[in-house]
Design a protein around this ligand. Structure first.
Ligand code: 2PG
Length: 211
């Protein structure tokens, strides 16, 4: 067994609440999002983990979530690395549009394909594969080596940037990843083997309501 990797999606953002495609736009957390991040932090405090380092994206909702979690686990001054490689998938021309309006215009199925498929990009934006093409190298070069050294690493990021990671860690197929939805503020605790495969995964909360 080597180290521990904890992945957590940011709490509800203002644009999640307004049902808008967000991508690289930069809204902050809602009150509920703050509560979700605090709950995720409380779950990690109860789990008893102390982190060696944290990573987050260049976007406020993930950074704010990380700050709330670090306060809860009693590590407000933990070294933190911010990198846009961990940003949400770029939603391109859909960014800022209402998701129900998009369904009315292009149909439920097309919008689901843009939101959850592996390799169909929204107009002007990134597919999950495109997102993984920047997230995965960053994971391999920056994050994984620390986990393999035995460190405990926290990553606070986004629904789709984390889906691209979880897809590989959980060995999901292109079809399997269609049904993968990550709940806001729910930590996923991975223990990795020294060969970087997954030894165990624990979910500290309820993923069932995610959509
Ligand atoms: O709008 C977004 O950027 C993402 C995450 O909130 O939405 P979706 O769930 O549609 O991928």
């Amino acid at each position: 067994m080597s180290g521990t990797l904890v992945l957590v999606r940011h709490g509800q953002s203002d644009w999640n609440l307004k049902n808008l495609f967000t991508g690289w736009k930069d809204p902050d957390l809602t009150e509920l999002g703050i509560q979700e991040a605090n709950a995720g932090g409380a779950a990690l405090a109860e789990y008893g983990i102390k982190f060696d380092v944290a990573y987050t994206s260049a976007l406020v909702r993930a950074q704010h979530t990380l700050k709330l979690i670090l306060d809860k686990v009693g590590q407000p001054d933990l070294p933190t690395i911010r990198d846009q490689a961990l940003n949400e998938r770029d939603y391109g021309d859909l960014s800022g549009l209402n998701k129900d309006d998009a369904r009315a215009k292009w149909g439920e199925e097309q919008v689901h394909i843009w939101r959850r498929s592996y390799d169909v990009p929204p107009p002007g934006g990134e597919s999950l594969r495109d997102t993984g093409a920047r997230v995965w190298p960053y994971y391999l070069t920056e994050i994984l080596p620390r986990v393999l050294r035995g460190e405990k690493v926290l990553v606070a990021a986004h629904g789709n940037s984390l889906r691209s990671l979880v897809m590989v860690l959980d060995k999901l197929s292109k079809e399997g990843v269609l049904a993968l939805n990550l709940a806001t503020g729910v930590p996923m605790v991975y223990k990795l083997n020294v060969d970087s495969t997954v030894a165990s995964k624990e979910v500290l909360g309820d993923m069932s309501g995610a959509h």
